[in-house]
Design a protein around this ligand. Structure first.
Ligand SMILES: *Cc1c(COP(=O)(O)O)cnc(C)c1O
Length: 372
């Protein structure tokens, strides 16, 4: 039986070259700033994104947390999209650790926020009742809208609104390089308008561990202090930074350019799913109205859909055929392509979906949608 794991791009295993780089990494005590591999990774990330400095952290969640701690004081407020990871998937770290509130705005199907609404969301700093607006945060790619990549012009427009109010812009770029590849721009161009950007090494870039935060030198110094406070100061951590350095390289072991394959495979999956009756577009927040799944919306490595069957039974039937997906927001299902998933795996997935749909329906094989 195949095992095709589409639950997330976090399930990727390190490449053979990464394993070798880990074994051979030069290391030192990183809390003393002595780990040459970590230093090289932080410098490479900063240079790539056009910022002064970088900071290697244990996870994307820690990256966003230290990013907020370095931008915000207690009692301040972040303006962010309602379905963003920072709001819904980080155990309220903004409240528990940073001591701030979130002003959440509705996400639109293209992954953007209404800029007029962003502008209206700043609090009155002269009113002692109100929190103090201190940060605007966006997510790129934007997960809940099916991984829409946000472009340079939009990022600049959000930054302009934030900066006009004297507030910085943070980009939660867990899948920042998927956006870079989908938009066909340089990482520095896409990061340019932002004051800070985090990206995950442990997702599409296939590293086992870690994220990097980039920004100005003074800002990253504050973030380094915040990382220490959280217990995230690690020692001979070059063994974990080594795969990241490789992933960000231009050579044959680099993992950025190949993300285009994941996008092509996700698109192939979306096209195949769109032709099946019993599969529908997701609906819900940050999605267009329910109807036929629109493969044109799969611009990166996410496919989100709704199944006209019992979702749990469908996922179990799929798993019994060796294909794993996850339940997602608003009753939907998510499949994510990544390193290790081939076009052949996508075709095998579609066959398994057809069979699972038929089984869950308790009827014969599901016919192709007429005229599709
Ligand atoms: C995965 C993810 C994170 C957090 O990363 P972890 O390494 O899982 O903590 C943050 N933001 C977004 C949009 C993500 O998808």
């Amino acid at each position: 039986m195949p095992r095709i794991d589409l639950r997330s791009d976090t399930v990727t295993h390190p490449t053979p070259a990464m394993r070798r780089a880990m074994a051979e990494a030069e290391v030192g005590d990183d809390v003393f700033g002595d780990d040459p591999t970590v230093n090289a990774l932080e410098e490479r990330a900063a240079a790539l994104l056009g910022k002064e400095a970088g900071l290697f952290v244990a996870s994307g969640t820690m990256g966003n947390l230290v990013a907020q701690m370095a931008h915000l004081a207690r009692g301040q407020e972040t303006i962010a999209s309602a379905s963003s990871h920072m709001v819904t998937d980080e155990a309220a770290g903004h409240a528990v650790v940073v001591g701030t509130s979130m002003r959440t705005l509705p996400d639109r199907p293209d992954g953007t926020l209404d800029l007029a609404l962003v502008a209206e969301s700043f609090r009155d700093p002269a009113d002692p009742h109100e929190p103090i607006s201190g940060l605007v945060a966006i997510e790129n790619t934007h997960a809940h809208s099916m991984g829409q990549p946000l472009g340079v012009a939009y990022t600049q427009a959000v930054a302009d609104v934030a900066h006009a109010h004297g507030v910085p812009l943070h980009v939660d770029g867990a899948r920042f390089f998927n956006a870079v590849v989908a938009e066909g721009v340089t990482p520095a161009a896409l990061a340019g308008p932002a004051d800070s950007v985090t990206f995950c090494l442990s997702k599409g870039l296939a590293c086992p561990v870690g994220s990097v935060l980039v920004g100005s030198r003074a800002y990253i110094w504050r973030a380094r202090r915040a990382r220490k406070l959280l217990g995230g100061g690690m020692r001979q951590v070059g063994v974990l930074a080594a795969p990241g350095l490789l992933a960000l390289s231009d050579g044959p072991d680099g993992m950025i350019a190949r993300l285009a394959e994941d996008h092509a495979n996700a698109h192939r999956l979306a096209e195949g799913l769109a032709d099946l009756s019993g599969i529908e577009s997701p609906g819900g927040a940050a999605q267009p109205a329910p109807g036929r799944l629109d493969p044109a919306r799969t611009r990166t490595n996410f496919v989100i859909f709704r199944v006209a069957r019992d979702r749990a039974a469908f996922l179990a039937d799929l798993a019994a055929r060796g294909v794993l997906m996850v339940p997602y927001a608003h009753g939907t299902i998510r499949a994510v392509t990544h390193y290790g998933i081939t076009a052949g795996d996508v075709d095998a997935t579609l066959a398994a979906v057809r069979a699972a749909l038929a089984e869950t329906a308790g009827a014969g094989p599901v016919p192709a949608r007429a005229g599709a």
